[in-house]
Every structure is written in C-alpha cells, then in structure tokens.
Design a protein around this ligand. Structure first.
Ligand SMILES: *Cc1c(COP(=O)(O)O)cnc(C)c1O
Length: 432
C-alpha cells in the first residue's frame, strides 16, 4: 500500500496490495508488470466503449484547448447546452430540465432535494421517502438514507433520515413465483401510500437492475405498475439510472425499455464513457415550475465547483455519438451472455438464479456461507480471475459481468472460458 493513499472500500490491513495499471486500450488493462487483463466490469461500471477510445480522447483534447472550465452560475457554454438538448431528446418526453453535477451520489442527492423542496415550495411539505430493500444510491448521507441499511452505512445509522423500504421483486430465469412476488410488493407499496396520505415526497428505485445490491433484476411490468401507483397517490417517481443508463440494459435507458416516464432521473457512471466525472439529474417541467418564482426562497441552492465541466460535457457528447454507433453491440450482448452463462449454470450445481439484462449478466453462488457482501467466495474468484487475465469483482456471492460495448463475441467467449476454469478451482474446493 502507498504510504499516503487511503483507498476506497478497502480495509488496508487485510487487503492485498492494489495492482498498478500502466495503460489501457479497449477491453484491456495493461499492468505495470506487463500482464494484460480484460476489464469485464468496465472499471466500476463507468467505461462504456472501451478504454482510451480515440473519439473521446480527441473530443476532450479539443475542448481542453478551447475552454477547460468556467463557473456555471451566471455563465454557460456550448458543450453543456448541446449535451442538455441531446439528453432531453433521448429521454422520455416529460423530462426536460437538466441539472449538472459530478458523480452518481450527487445526482441522487439532488433528485431527493428537488422532490423534497418541490413540496416545501408548494407550502405542502412532505417528509418521507419510499425506497426498496437492497437499494444502493450512493455514499452521501441523503443517498445512504434511501439506500438499504448495510455494512456500508450501519455506523451512520443514527444520522440517517427515516425511509420506508419495500421489497424489490427480483427475478431470474425460470422464476415461478415472480407474479406473486410482484403482487405482494405492489400491495405493500399501495398500503404505505394509503396509510400515509400526502406524506411521501417521492419513491426512489433503481429501475430494471439493482446494482450494488447484487445485480437483482425486476420486470418492466412491475415498474409500469409502480408508475401507476405513484400517479394515483400523487407522489414523485425517481429513477436512479446511474448504473442502468446509456445502453447497459440493452436499451439506451431503463425507463425507455420499461416504457415508464419517471418524474426525475439520475444519470452518471457511463455518461462520459468512463473518462471524466459528470452527472445529471433531469426533472419534469412541472417540478421545475415550482422553483420558478420571484420568491428567492424557492431557488434550488445547490451546486458544485466542477458543475457542468466542459471537458466532461465534451466527452459525454462524443460518448453519445458512439452509443448510437454501437447500438447493435449492446443490444446483442444479452444473447451471448445467456448462452455462456447457461452452460456454466448447467455445469456447476452451486450456481443459481441466472439473470441477464442487456449487457449485465449475473448468477448467485451457493457456497454454504451466508450471502452478502462479506461472503468470501467473491474475493477468491477475484483473485483467481486476475491470474487468468480477467478483472471480475463479485458482489459477495454474486458473480457478474458488465463488459464495455467494444468486447467482441470471441473475446467474451474467451472470458467465459476463463471463468469456467476459475469456478472449477474455487467451487470444487468448497464443495468438499
Ligand atoms: C454507483 C451508483 C451510485 C453512486 O454513484 P457514484 O458516482 O459512485 O457516487 C448511485 N446509484 C447507483 C444505482 C449506482 O450504481
């Protein structure tokens, strides 16, 4: 470990030394010792088109020579204007107002503040939020509060505002109980809404895929019914698409795949193709209007030093162009994933709950340890996978892949062969 770096999500005392990366190209990271490994998690889910994509490199270089940054209050610039227009054109038509920030947690924090202040501005304050078991929305206090209580947030429990958590109706291939699960979830949500009329500022959900909670997927039909409930009880539906945005689910956005219009959407991670930190919260005109006033107290007093950074916006514009070009890849990947993962599931009885959503594939490993983030099988797989040239980072006992869209079918086949070898080692031992 470096004497002056405090690494994230890392217990320095017990963690192995971090691996030094020298450079990266496309799918491949080149390590300082000369080895190459395939980045099958898109480096914490941000890298969309592969590393060092020349079109994004060029867009950033060009923008840097023109205008690297400028204060975004009282000033504006073309990259932010163009990006806002392009995002709005791709999102559901009710989402029209783009607020810039610089990471996923902040995008969610801003959505929560917008929803909360909307009701305050209307002089009908509402204090509660509804969220889902297994949710992850970020590491700041507001976002921790709406996230499932976990080892990440336990120590801060006393400082988190109260949130009502409902079950997330997660499903997988061959799930026979999903209709019952969904009906029961929807009942609980309806009951909450009915029990506390005019109390909820909003309902926040990771649509189609819960990421850090274990790559749990839900059906579009559930989201449609959730939308109906939110409308029926007049509260906001907030989609946290920080992870699912920009093609990850096989469609540009999960809301479009589910054909649901949320009132607020949060985007980050893939927005710049993995080059620079940037995020947006996009709101409806209706929400925007409750802040539009001669009364200064109705202003959204929120902003960050690097808000709408022009380099980030330029990268995002280039990434959007690539997204259009790469559409065949991110829509096809689901078929490739399912073929390979099904083979593995048939070979190893410890693998259960196979699920694929677009470019995201996941499976649970039953190794008789408790499930969850601290399950050791994930760490063992991570270790052996590196030795086989593959970067994986299982979430506890959940093995998942989320490759960049530049991966070829042959490369993905090779990756699954390596995973097969790793599983043969790790599972064979734990079965005995
Ligand atoms: C990663 C993530 C966040 C937090 O984003 P950061 O940029 O890491 O702060 C929020 N919501 C979801 C769904 C995420 O996957």
């Amino acid at each position: 470990m470096h004497p002056h770096i405090w690494y994230p999500y890392t217990q320095a005392k017990t963690a192995p030394d971090p691996i030094e990366v020298k450079s990266a190209q496309g799918l491949w990271l080149e390590l300082a010792d000369g080895r190459k490994i395939a980045d099958c998690i898109s480096s914490w889910w941000v890298n969309l088109h592969g590393h060092a994509h020349p079109q994004i490199v060029e867009a950033i270089a060009h923008q840097a020579a023109q205008l690297e940054h400028v204060i975004f209050a009282g000033f504006t610039h073309a990259p932010a204007q163009q990006l806002a227009s392009q995002l709005v054109a791709r999102l559901p038509e009710n989402l029209t107002r783009v607020f810039y920030s610089d990471n996923g947690s902040t995008a969610v924090e801003v959505a929560l503040k917008m929803a909360y202040q909307y009701w305050a501005n209307r002089k009908t304050p509402r204090r509660r939020f509804m969220s889902f078991e297994g949710a992850y929305h970020g590491d700041m206090f507001g976002t921790m509060a709406v996230g499932a209580r976990s080892i990440f947030s336990d120590v801060f429990q006393d400082l988190l505002f109260e949130v009502d958590f409902c079950p997330y109706p997660d499903t997988f291939d061959g799930d026979l109980e999903i209709f019952e699960k969904e009906a029961s979830c929807l009942n609980i949500i309806r009951q909450n809404l009915a029990d506390r009329p005019n109390c909820y500022a909003g309902i926040i959900i990771e649509p189609l895929v819960q990421g850090a909670g274990g790559m749990r997927i839900c059906r579009p039909e559930f989201l449609q019914k959730l939308r109906e409930l939110a409308s029926e009880f007049d509260t906001f539906l907030i989609f946290d698409e920080v992870m699912t945005g920009f093609g990850r689910t096989g469609t540009d956005f999960a809301c479009n795949k589910a054909q649901v219009q949320p009132d607020l959407i949060c985007l980050s991670k893939g927005i710049t193709g993995g080059f620079l930190p940037l995020a947006v919260t996009v709101a409806t005109e209706h929400i925007y209007e409750s802040f539009y006033s001669d009364d200064p107290t109705k202003t959204l007093y929120h902003g960050h030093s690097y808000t709408a950074n022009p380099l980030g916006c330029a990268a995002a514009l280039a990434s959007l162009e690539l997204l259009t070009q790469n559409q065949p890849v991110y829509t096809q990947m689901e078929i490739w994933h399912r073929q390979h993962l099904t083979k593995l599931a048939n070979k190893y009885p410890q693998l259960t709950k196979l699920r694929v959503m677009g470019t995201i594939a996941a499976i649970d490993i039953n190794n008789h340890e408790q499930t969850g983030y601290l399950n050791n099988v994930g760490r063992e797989i991570r270790h052996h996978a590196i030795a086989h040239g593959v970067l994986l980072r299982p979430l506890g006992n959940v093995l998942y892949l989320m490759p960049p869209y530049c991966i070829t079918e042959a490369e993905l086949t090779w990756v699954y062969q390596q995973i097969d070898r790793v599983l043969a080692k790790v599972l064979d031992r734990s079965a005995k």
